[in-house]
Write a new protein. Structure first.
Length: 271
Protein backbone atom coordinates (compact mmCIF):
# COMPACT_ATOMS: atom_id res chain seq x y z
CA UNK A 1 0.00 0.00 0.00
CA UNK A 2 1.35 3.40 -0.98
CA UNK A 3 1.09 5.95 1.78
CA UNK A 4 0.72 9.62 0.97
CA UNK A 5 2.72 11.74 3.39
CA UNK A 6 1.83 15.38 4.05
CA UNK A 7 4.26 18.23 3.31
CA UNK A 8 3.72 19.75 6.75
CA UNK A 9 3.89 17.98 10.11
CA UNK A 10 0.57 16.40 11.12
CA UNK A 11 1.26 16.62 14.84
CA UNK A 12 -0.90 19.14 16.68
CA UNK A 13 2.15 19.71 18.93
CA UNK A 14 4.41 21.00 16.15
CA UNK A 15 5.71 24.58 15.99
CA UNK A 16 2.89 27.05 16.79
CA UNK A 17 1.62 29.44 14.10
CA UNK A 18 3.14 32.51 15.76
CA UNK A 19 6.57 30.90 15.36
CA UNK A 20 6.10 29.89 11.73
CA UNK A 21 3.62 27.02 11.99
CA UNK A 22 4.20 23.28 11.46
CA UNK A 23 7.57 22.23 10.06
CA UNK A 24 8.06 20.18 6.87
CA UNK A 25 7.99 16.41 7.15
CA UNK A 26 10.64 15.55 4.59
CA UNK A 27 8.15 13.28 2.79
CA UNK A 28 8.74 9.96 4.56
CA UNK A 29 6.76 10.53 7.74
CA UNK A 30 3.53 12.17 8.87
CA UNK A 31 5.46 14.28 11.33
CA UNK A 32 8.60 16.42 11.13
CA UNK A 33 12.01 15.19 12.38
CA UNK A 34 11.77 17.44 15.46
CA UNK A 35 8.43 15.94 16.56
CA UNK A 36 9.75 12.44 15.88
CA UNK A 37 12.85 13.11 18.02
CA UNK A 38 10.66 14.51 20.78
CA UNK A 39 8.50 11.40 20.80
CA UNK A 40 11.65 9.32 21.19
CA UNK A 41 13.02 11.55 23.96
CA UNK A 42 9.68 11.64 25.80
CA UNK A 43 9.46 7.85 25.86
CA UNK A 44 13.09 7.44 26.88
CA UNK A 45 12.57 9.94 29.70
CA UNK A 46 9.40 8.13 30.77
CA UNK A 47 11.29 4.83 30.89
CA UNK A 48 14.08 6.40 32.94
CA UNK A 49 11.61 7.97 35.40
CA UNK A 50 9.62 4.78 35.87
CA UNK A 51 11.52 3.48 38.93
CA UNK A 52 11.16 6.93 40.57
CA UNK A 53 7.42 6.87 39.92
CA UNK A 54 7.14 3.43 41.51
CA UNK A 55 9.22 4.58 44.45
CA UNK A 56 7.01 7.60 45.00
CA UNK A 57 3.94 5.41 44.93
CA UNK A 58 5.45 3.07 47.49
CA UNK A 59 6.36 6.03 49.70
CA UNK A 60 2.85 7.49 49.45
CA UNK A 61 1.41 4.19 50.57
CA UNK A 62 3.74 3.74 53.50
CA UNK A 63 2.15 4.45 56.91
CA UNK A 64 4.02 7.74 57.29
CA UNK A 65 3.96 8.64 53.60
CA UNK A 66 0.81 10.72 53.65
CA UNK A 67 1.81 12.80 56.65
CA UNK A 68 4.33 15.30 55.32
CA UNK A 69 2.28 15.93 52.17
CA UNK A 70 1.16 19.55 52.06
CA UNK A 71 -0.40 22.05 49.68
CA UNK A 72 -3.46 22.12 47.46
CA UNK A 73 -5.61 20.87 50.31
CA UNK A 74 -5.05 17.35 49.03
CA UNK A 75 -4.82 14.40 51.34
CA UNK A 76 -2.34 11.60 50.97
CA UNK A 77 -5.05 9.34 49.61
CA UNK A 78 -5.94 11.75 46.79
CA UNK A 79 -2.29 12.06 45.91
CA UNK A 80 -1.84 8.30 45.94
CA UNK A 81 -4.78 7.95 43.52
CA UNK A 82 -3.41 10.65 41.26
CA UNK A 83 0.06 9.13 41.12
CA UNK A 84 -1.21 5.57 40.67
CA UNK A 85 -3.67 6.79 38.01
CA UNK A 86 -0.80 8.42 36.12
CA UNK A 87 1.30 5.26 36.32
CA UNK A 88 -1.65 3.14 35.18
CA UNK A 89 -2.47 5.42 32.24
CA UNK A 90 1.17 5.52 31.08
CA UNK A 91 1.49 1.73 31.34
CA UNK A 92 -1.73 1.32 29.30
CA UNK A 93 -0.44 3.74 26.69
CA UNK A 94 2.89 2.03 26.05
CA UNK A 95 1.10 -1.36 26.04
CA UNK A 96 -1.38 -0.04 23.46
CA UNK A 97 1.27 1.12 20.98
CA UNK A 98 3.36 -2.00 21.63
CA UNK A 99 0.38 -4.27 20.82
CA UNK A 100 -0.13 -2.29 17.63
CA UNK A 101 3.50 -2.84 16.58
CA UNK A 102 3.36 -6.54 17.52
CA UNK A 103 0.10 -7.07 15.59
CA UNK A 104 0.88 -5.02 12.50
CA UNK A 105 4.65 -5.23 12.22
CA UNK A 106 5.34 -8.57 13.84
CA UNK A 107 8.16 -7.24 16.00
CA UNK A 108 8.45 -8.56 19.55
CA UNK A 109 9.64 -6.42 22.50
CA UNK A 110 12.49 -7.88 24.59
CA UNK A 111 10.48 -7.51 27.82
CA UNK A 112 6.96 -6.58 28.89
CA UNK A 113 7.41 -4.11 31.77
CA UNK A 114 6.15 -0.57 31.04
CA UNK A 115 9.68 0.89 31.14
CA UNK A 116 11.02 -1.80 28.77
CA UNK A 117 8.14 -1.24 26.35
CA UNK A 118 8.63 2.54 26.47
CA UNK A 119 12.35 2.13 25.75
CA UNK A 120 11.66 -0.33 22.95
CA UNK A 121 9.09 1.97 21.32
CA UNK A 122 11.49 4.89 21.67
CA UNK A 123 14.54 3.22 20.22
CA UNK A 124 13.17 0.73 17.71
CA UNK A 125 9.62 1.65 16.69
CA UNK A 126 9.28 5.43 16.58
CA UNK A 127 10.13 5.94 12.86
CA UNK A 128 7.70 3.15 11.92
CA UNK A 129 4.89 4.58 14.07
CA UNK A 130 5.47 8.10 12.73
CA UNK A 131 5.21 6.71 9.17
CA UNK A 132 2.22 4.48 9.98
CA UNK A 133 -0.22 4.07 7.06
CA UNK A 134 -2.86 5.75 9.24
CA UNK A 135 -1.88 9.38 9.80
CA UNK A 136 -4.10 9.48 12.88
CA UNK A 137 -1.93 6.82 14.54
CA UNK A 138 1.25 8.82 13.92
CA UNK A 139 -0.20 12.12 15.15
CA UNK A 140 -1.79 10.48 18.22
CA UNK A 141 1.44 8.67 19.07
CA UNK A 142 3.42 11.91 19.18
CA UNK A 143 0.76 13.70 21.23
CA UNK A 144 0.03 10.79 23.56
CA UNK A 145 3.64 10.21 24.55
CA UNK A 146 4.13 13.96 25.17
CA UNK A 147 1.12 13.96 27.52
CA UNK A 148 2.23 10.76 29.23
CA UNK A 149 5.73 12.09 29.92
CA UNK A 150 4.35 15.41 31.22
CA UNK A 151 2.08 13.53 33.66
CA UNK A 152 4.72 11.01 34.71
CA UNK A 153 7.28 13.74 35.31
CA UNK A 154 4.84 15.75 37.46
CA UNK A 155 3.94 12.64 39.47
CA UNK A 156 7.48 11.31 39.89
CA UNK A 157 9.17 14.66 40.50
CA UNK A 158 6.82 17.08 42.27
CA UNK A 159 7.64 20.80 42.33
CA UNK A 160 10.55 21.44 44.66
CA UNK A 161 12.31 18.19 43.82
CA UNK A 162 16.04 18.66 43.48
CA UNK A 163 18.79 16.40 42.28
CA UNK A 164 22.17 16.62 43.92
CA UNK A 165 25.35 15.40 42.31
CA UNK A 166 27.45 13.16 44.52
CA UNK A 167 31.23 12.79 44.46
CA UNK A 168 30.91 9.12 43.59
CA UNK A 169 31.46 7.14 40.40
CA UNK A 170 28.89 4.64 39.17
CA UNK A 171 29.99 1.13 40.07
CA UNK A 172 27.86 -0.71 37.47
CA UNK A 173 28.78 -2.04 34.05
CA UNK A 174 27.50 -0.84 30.67
CA UNK A 175 26.86 -3.20 27.75
CA UNK A 176 28.95 -2.67 24.62
CA UNK A 177 26.73 -1.85 21.58
CA UNK A 178 26.24 -4.51 18.89
CA UNK A 179 28.22 -4.16 15.66
CA UNK A 180 25.19 -2.52 14.01
CA UNK A 181 25.13 0.21 16.68
CA UNK A 182 22.01 -0.98 18.52
CA UNK A 183 22.17 -1.57 22.25
CA UNK A 184 21.58 -4.96 23.89
CA UNK A 185 18.51 -4.85 26.15
CA UNK A 186 17.99 -6.99 29.26
CA UNK A 187 14.77 -8.96 29.67
CA UNK A 188 12.37 -8.41 32.58
CA UNK A 189 14.52 -10.59 34.84
CA UNK A 190 17.52 -8.38 34.09
CA UNK A 191 19.18 -11.15 32.05
CA UNK A 192 21.32 -9.98 29.14
CA UNK A 193 21.39 -11.76 25.78
CA UNK A 194 24.18 -14.33 25.39
CA UNK A 195 27.48 -12.85 24.30
CA UNK A 196 26.81 -9.32 25.67
CA UNK A 197 30.10 -7.61 26.59
CA UNK A 198 30.45 -4.96 29.31
CA UNK A 199 32.66 -2.00 30.24
CA UNK A 200 32.71 -0.01 33.53
CA UNK A 201 30.09 2.76 33.47
CA UNK A 202 31.68 6.23 33.23
CA UNK A 203 28.67 7.89 34.95
CA UNK A 204 28.51 9.67 38.28
CA UNK A 205 25.93 9.19 41.00
CA UNK A 206 23.10 11.58 41.91
CA UNK A 207 20.37 11.58 44.55
CA UNK A 208 16.91 13.06 43.95
CA UNK A 209 15.37 14.68 46.99
CA UNK A 210 11.61 15.16 47.17
CA UNK A 211 10.32 18.13 49.18
CA UNK A 212 7.28 16.40 50.60
CA UNK A 213 8.42 12.87 51.29
CA UNK A 214 10.82 11.79 53.94
CA UNK A 215 12.32 8.76 52.30
CA UNK A 216 15.93 8.02 51.62
CA UNK A 217 16.61 8.24 47.88
CA UNK A 218 18.19 5.68 45.63
CA UNK A 219 21.55 6.77 44.27
CA UNK A 220 21.07 7.03 40.51
CA UNK A 221 23.68 7.14 37.74
CA UNK A 222 23.52 10.30 35.60
CA UNK A 223 24.26 8.35 32.40
CA UNK A 224 21.96 5.40 32.87
CA UNK A 225 18.99 5.80 35.18
CA UNK A 226 18.73 2.05 35.43
CA UNK A 227 21.98 2.09 37.43
CA UNK A 228 20.63 2.48 40.95
CA UNK A 229 21.83 1.74 44.40
CA UNK A 230 18.89 1.39 46.82
CA UNK A 231 19.24 2.81 50.36
CA UNK A 232 19.37 -0.67 51.89
CA UNK A 233 22.51 -1.22 49.86
CA UNK A 234 24.28 2.13 49.96
CA UNK A 235 23.80 2.55 53.69
CA UNK A 236 25.52 -0.76 54.28
CA UNK A 237 29.13 -0.64 55.28
CA UNK A 238 30.00 -3.34 52.79
CA UNK A 239 28.86 -1.31 49.83
CA UNK A 240 30.85 1.69 51.01
CA UNK A 241 34.10 -0.20 51.04
CA UNK A 242 33.14 -1.74 47.72
CA UNK A 243 32.85 1.77 46.29
CA UNK A 244 36.66 1.83 46.72
CA UNK A 245 36.90 5.48 47.59
CA UNK A 246 36.25 5.95 51.28
CA UNK A 247 36.80 9.70 51.25
CA UNK A 248 34.33 10.26 48.41
CA UNK A 249 31.79 8.00 50.01
CA UNK A 250 32.17 9.80 53.30
CA UNK A 251 31.52 13.13 51.60
CA UNK A 252 28.56 11.57 49.88
CA UNK A 253 26.94 10.64 53.13
CA UNK A 254 27.54 14.11 54.52
CA UNK A 255 26.07 15.71 51.39
CA UNK A 256 22.95 13.61 51.52
CA UNK A 257 22.66 14.00 55.24
CA UNK A 258 22.88 17.82 55.20
CA UNK A 259 20.01 17.84 52.69
CA UNK A 260 17.89 16.78 55.63
CA UNK A 261 16.31 13.64 54.22
CA UNK A 262 18.15 11.14 56.30
CA UNK A 263 17.26 10.00 59.70
CA UNK A 264 20.67 10.32 61.28
CA UNK A 265 20.18 7.24 63.38
CA UNK A 266 19.72 5.12 60.25
CA UNK A 267 23.09 6.10 58.76
CA UNK A 268 26.24 4.40 59.83
CA UNK A 269 29.19 6.50 58.75
CA UNK A 270 32.62 4.91 58.86
CA UNK A 271 35.14 7.14 60.53
ZN1 LIG B 1 6.37 18.58 13.92
ZN1 LIG C 1 26.12 4.02 35.44
Amino acid sequence: MRVEYPVLCASGRCRPDEHGGPRETGGRSHVCPVCEDRARENLDALAAAWPDLQKRLTALRSPWGSEPVTGGGSTGIDLDERVSGTAHAAAELVAFYSRLVIAERGHTPPAASPSSLARWLARSQTPWLCAHPDQGVAASYVGDVADAWRDVRAAAYPVGTKTIRLPLRCSKLCPVPHDDGTMPEPDDDGEWPDGTRFVPCPGGMTATIHPDLQYVPDLVCDLNHGHRVPPAEWQRTGWKSAAKNQAATHRLLQTVDTSGVLDRSSVRVDT
